[in-house]
Design a binder for this molecule. Sequence first.
Ligand code: SAJ
Length: 410
Amino acid sequence: MTSIKEVAVVGLGYIGLPTAAILASKGIIVKGVDVTPRTVDAVNRGEVPFVEPALGDFVAAAVANGTLSASFDTPSADAFIVAVPTPFNADRSANLSYIEAAADKIAPQLRGNELVILESTSPPGATQHMADRILAARPDLDSSTLHVAHCPERVLPGRVMEELVTNDRIVGGITPEAAQMAKDLYSVFCEAEILVTDATTAEMAKLVENSYRDVNIAFANELSVISDKVGIDVWELIELANHHPRVNILQPGPGVGGHCIAVDPWFIVAAAPEESKLIRQARETNDAKPSWVVDKVIKSTETPGFNGKVAVLGLAFKANIDDLRESPSIAIARSLAEKAPGVEFLLVEPHIESLPATLAGINNVKLVNTDAGLAEASTIVVLVDHDQFKAVPATALAGKDVIDTRGLWR
Ligand code: SAJ
């Protein structure tokens, strides 16, 4: 049982807002904090500024019954959950400036005995760094009354509301007492096992989980390039190999996107550059896949039957979401537009209404719907396996040159 009654959630993004909403649904008073006016306004209206199944119902209900509100200012509270971005710097080390800014705003609000949880994916040592920064700002505070823990999120975008409840959770405390307090708070909504450790092990566990996946996707992506060279179907190959009881190869794609798997392994590489050879190579293999796709498309535009238009299906970083962060599709679309200025690229993304700034100003790209893209272009490139694309009938593809990076229409 937690004694915590009020929680401030700093950062109302893809992780912070679901966490805020689920805590509020359990009767905790949640005060959300964000720097973006659009986010604060949307939440206070009971709305969600991005696509995530079921989240809208939670936010609407919590705002209506007064357990969830949002503002720009960090308030006082019994506990603080920091869920802000940790992008990487030019040298691929973690940029902790958002965490530091959150810590600087929490520090003046402390009265003693609060719990501060870092949820943002962080390099080893970041939780201790946050604790040190808060204490440096508050020399008047008895350090034994500040409880700091790391509780990395592990939810899969698209299934967040379900996985918040059902995924096991790792809680790493700067002290065992902080870990226990964090465990008690997460038990309010998490029905799975909550495993307790120290803060640095918790930080590494999160990074390792995503690196594990990155390394395995790199293997699949390498197989796709090898299969293309030897003239076989990589999806059939993987399906057959996966019949072995101890083999479970993942799926190739146009590259790895999202803010997690494409980023987190670099934090390990930065912490131990000489020792992280496989992790680094996997990142490089996955990062090389978009330009391999671009070369394939350019070759298609140089064939005699090409009609001047390419339909690019999917800009999101994976199926059935609107999240364009670190999406390989965006890099592919930009590179195509630059390499083939005389070709028109019809971009299809059913989950967005306008192109992101990185594509909006380019004159040989435009956003169209699926039917228009398929009807007008003679080359079709599939980058995302959205359900809407899976439903395309084979007749719509007759006579087209199809470059299918997801194995959608085999
Ligand atoms: N991908 C492939 N082939 C596959 C699986 C994925 O190419 O077989 C690609 C996807 O298309 C996408 C990228 O990898 O571009 C990442 O997608 P994902 O669904 O594997 O993972 P994310 O980034 O949405 O969420 C991951 C999850 N981590 C793991 O599965 C270990 C999630 O549980 C984490 O909470 C999340 O990162 C995070 O926030 O760290």
